[in-house]
Design a protein around this ligand. Structure first.
Ligand code: ADP
Ligand code: MG
Length: 375
C-alpha cells in the first residue's frame, strides 16, 4: 500500500478535532506496527470520539466496551455455549465479541478485575485467550485502551506494560477554545453521519509487512545513545519495549513515505519510554535536545505560528486591564523563550528567518498588551 494513504488516514482522523493530530498519528502508528495504544487523559478530551472515528475510517471488525470493576469475562469474550456444555464441551459464543474483533476500544481498561485481567493479558500478548478448558484464538490486531490515569496497583503493571504506545491526551490549550466550541458540534453530529472507510485492515496488514524492510541503520547509534541517556535519568525501558521501539520507528518512517529511517523518526520514543506521568515531559525534552531535526523545528514553529494567529484577534479585542491579557503576556513570553532555545544552535538561514518573524510578531503582541495594561 502506498504510504500516502496512511498519511491520509492520519489527516482524516484528526480533521474534525482541534489539536488532535498527534493522537491521530499515535493511533495509526499502533495499527501499522500491530501494537496496542493506550490513551491517558481526563474525561472529555476526545479519546472515545477518536476511537469511534478510527473505527469508521478503517474497514475492520470493531468492538468497543466500557469496563467497570464488575465486568465479567462473558461480556467481553462471549457467553458460554449452554448446548455445548450439555455435550461436555466448554466453549464461548464469541460472535460480535472481543475475540472476533480486529480493532478493539476498551474504555477505562484498568477497571479490569482479576477475572478478566488474565484473559486481557494473554489477548494483548499472544492474541489468544486461555479460558478454563479451551483456548480462543482471536483476530485482534490492535487494542486501543483508554484511562483517566496511569494505574498504581502492582497487579495492573503487566497490563500497562503490554501497551507499547502510550500517550497523554492533554486538554486543548486556551488559545483553541473558541475553535473547540465550533468543532465539537460537528463531531457530535458524526454520531449520526459516520465517515466512509478509507483503508481496510488488509491494507494495514500489507503496510505491516513493509515496516520490516525499513532500513534502521541511519538511526541505530543515536537510538542506543538515547536509551543510555534515558537510563541515566532513571527511566528504565524494559527489554520488550526496547525491541518494539524498532518496529514503531520503522512504522513512523513508512507512514512518512521513507524506506530509510531518519532522526525525525526517533521522536516516537516519547510514546514508548515514559512510564510515570512525569516521564512524558522529561522524555520529550530529552528528545528535543538530542534530536533536533529540521522537520521537527519547522513543525514546532508552525504550531507556534498557529497559536499566535489564534491569539492575535483575542488580544486585539480584549478590553483594557482585562485579566486575560496577563495570561497572554505570560504565554507569549514562554513562546518567545521556546523559539529562542529552539534555534539557539542552528545555522540554517531559513529556520532563523522563520524564528525571527515569529519573534517580531510576539514583540508586537506584547506591546499591544503593554499598552492595554498601561505597563
Ligand atoms: N479536541 C477536540 N476537538 C473537538 N471536539 C472535542 C475535542 N475533545 C473533545 N471534544 C468533544 O467532546 C466530546 C466528548 O469527548 P469524548 O470522546 O467522549 O472524551 P473522552 O472519551 O476522552 O472522555 C466529543 O464527542 C467532542 O464533541
Ligand atoms: Mg470516553
Amino acid at each position: 500500500m502506498e504510504s500516502a494513504r496512511l498519511m491520509t488516514l492520519v489527516e482524516e482522523l484528526a480533521r474534525p478535532f482541534v489539536a488532535r493530530r498527534e493522537e491521530a498519528m499515535v493511533l495509526v502508528l499502533g495499527l501499522v506496527s500491530r501494537e496496542h495504544v493506550l490513551l491517558i487523559g481526563e474525561p472529555g478530551t476526545g479519546k472515545s470520539a477518536l476511537a469511534r472515528r478510527l473505527a469508521s475510517l478503517v474497514d475492520a471488525r470493531f468492538f468497543k466496551y466500557l469496563l467497570t470493576r464488575f465486568t465479567e469475562p462473558s461480556e467481553l469474550f462471549g457467553p458460554l455455549d449452554i448446548a455445548g456444555l450439555k455435550e461436555g464441551v466448554y466453549r464461548r459464543i464469541t460472535r460480535g465479541k472481543l475475540p472476533e474483533a480486529e480493532i478493539a476500544f476498551l474504555d477505562e481498561i484498568f477497571n479490569a478485575n482479576s477475572a478478566v485481567l488474565n484473559s486481557l493479558l494473554s489477548l494483548l500478548q499472544e492474541r489468544i485467550v486461555y479460558d478454563g478448558y479451551s483456548e480462543i484464538r482471536t483476530s485482534i490486531w490492535t487494542v486501543i485502551g483508554a484511562s483517566n490515569t496511569i494505574p498504581e496497583e502492582p497487579e495492573l503493571e503487566a497490563l500497562y506494560d503490554r501497551f507499547v504506545l502510550r500517550h497523554l491526551v492533554q486538554p486543548v490549550p486556551a488559545e483553541y477554545w473558541d475553535e473547540l466550541i465550533d468543532r465539537a458540534i460537528v463531531i457530535e453530529r458524526e454520531g449520526y453521519e459516520a465517515p466512509r472507510p478509507i483503508v481496510t485492515l488488509e491494507d494495514i496488514a500489507k503496510a505491516y509487512e513493509e515496516i520490516f524492510k525499513v532500513d534502521l541503520s541511519p538511526v541505530k547509534d543515536k537510538l542506543l545513545k538515547l536509551f543510555m541517556i534515558f537510563e541515566e535519568k532513571g527511566m528504565h525501558t524494559t527489554d520488550r519495549r526496547k525491541g518494539k521501539a524498532a518496529k514503531i520507528i520503522a512504522a513512523h518512517a513508512l507512514i512518512h513515505g521513507r524506506r530509510r529511517a531518519d532522526l525525525a523518526d526517533l521522536h516516537v520514543l516519547r510514546y514508548i519510554v515514559p512510564r510515570d506521568i512525569d516521564d512524558f515531559e522529561k522524555v520529550k525534552a530529552i528528545l528535543f535536545e538530542e534530536v533536533r531535526t529540521r522537520d521537527k523545528i519547522i513543525q514546532e514553529l508552525g504550531e507556534i505560528r498557529r497559536s499566535l494567529e489564534a491569539m492575535k484577534p483575542e488580544i486585539k479585542k480584549a478590553r483594557t486591564y482585562s485579566p486575560r491579557l496577563i495570561d497572554y503576556y505570560k504565554m507569549l513570553n514562554q513562546l518567545s523563550n521556546r523559539i529562542k532555545s529552539m534555534v539557539a544552535d542552528v545555522d540554517d538561514e531559513e529556520l532563523i528567518n522563520m524564528a525571527s518573524e515569529l519573534l517580531d510578531e510576539i514583540q508586537e503582541l506584547l506591546s499591544i498588551i503593554s499598552l492595554k495594561l498601561s505597563m
